[in-house]
Ligand binder design. Structure first.
Ligand code: GUN
Length: 292
């Protein structure tokens, strides 16, 4: 069994990005600038945005976090998005989700200039991804493609079972892995909450991507010998430590790992790759690589 080490892989990729930013600086170019909007004071969102800001600084990018109270109206938030769209100094914009219930998230996503949509959530960018055009691929699917690529995992002709059909992981993942590309060329099955007998599909899988958000859902009896398992789950579960929680994956690691040819751990697997994908997209935005 080989561990797919997202921490080390992400660190290498980050180093490459830092070098590119340094070269841009030396060439007298503007350094890439990511703006993040954070509404309210959700603990997890706060942590994510702080990490994104730290990541930017570590690779030499500029980062701006705009914080607003829960009481901001949808109209006010749309206005902020418009201002950032028009700000030539800012290359990429993310609006941290979830937003308060009185704000329509889709309306906010669609207000972001697709050229600055480094989350890859705008329908135009999703459509470009589906048709195989240059785009911003959302961070988790992009991170998974990158780790498969960097470990030279052969995917062509393989049967990939994806558990979960979310807009930000399951469905884009299915799309990317079924494309004529490397990684890609897979035969893909998407399983979800209404699938009958998920185990029977998993037992036919060469590659399993667990992205349903249920801690330890994938157990040893659901995986065949030699499978490749990618664990996207990062659920906070209560723990007796300083933070009061620990991160649990969607895979029962101790049971599944011995059967696998490759597996991502949690933490230290998909998570760090996801974070670095946002930096990749911000660099792409600064260099105008998608809509050139
Ligand atoms: N909330 C959880 N994950 C994400 C993400 O990747 N981007 C944004 N904007 N919000 C999130």
């Amino acid at each position: 069994m080989q561990l797919l080490d997202g921490k080390t892989t992400a660190a290498a990729l980050k180093q490459e990005i830092a070098q590119e930013v340094q070269q841009m600086k030396e060439a007298g170019m503007k350094i890439p600038h990511l703006a993040a909007i954070l509404v309210g004071n959700d603990g997890a969102s706060e942590t994510y945005v702080n990490s994104k800001e730290r990541d930017c600084h570590e690779v030499g990018m500029q980062s701006t976090v705009l914080r607003f109270p829960d009481s901001i109206t949808e109209a006010e938030l749309l206005q902020k998005v418009t201002e950032i769209n028009q700000n030539k100094d800012i290359d990429g914009l993310i609006v941290q989700m979830p937003l308060p219930k009185h704000i329509n998230e889709q309306r906010i996503i669609e207000a972001i200039d697709p050229r600055k949509d480094v989350d890859g959530f705008h329908p135009l960018n999703v459509g470009r991804m589906v048709t195989g055009l240059p785009t911003y691929v959302s961070a988790t699917p992009d991170g998974i493609m990158e780790i498969l690529s960097r470990y030279n995992i052969e995917t062509a002709g393989k049967h990939c079972v994806i558990i979960g059909r979310s807009n930000i992981v399951g469905r884009p993942m299915a799309n990317l892995l079924s494309q004529k590309s490397t990684p890609g060329d897979c035969t893909v099955t998407i399983c979800h909450s209404r699938t009958k007998d998920i185990k029977s599909y998993c037992l036919q899988a060469d590659i399993i991507i667990a992205a349903l958000g249920k801690p330890e859902f994938l157990t040893g009896d659901m995986v065949r010998e030699g499978a490749i398992v990618i664990d996207v789950g990062i659920t906070r579960i209560p723990a007796n430590n300083k933070s009061g929680f620990k991160l649990a994956g969607d895979v029962k690691f101790d049971e599944v790992a011995p059967k696998c040819s490759h597996i991502t751990p949690v933490p230290g697997g998909v998570g760090p790759m996801t974070r670095v994908s946002l930096l990749k997209n911000t660099l792409k935005a600064a260099k105008n690589l998608v809509y050139s």
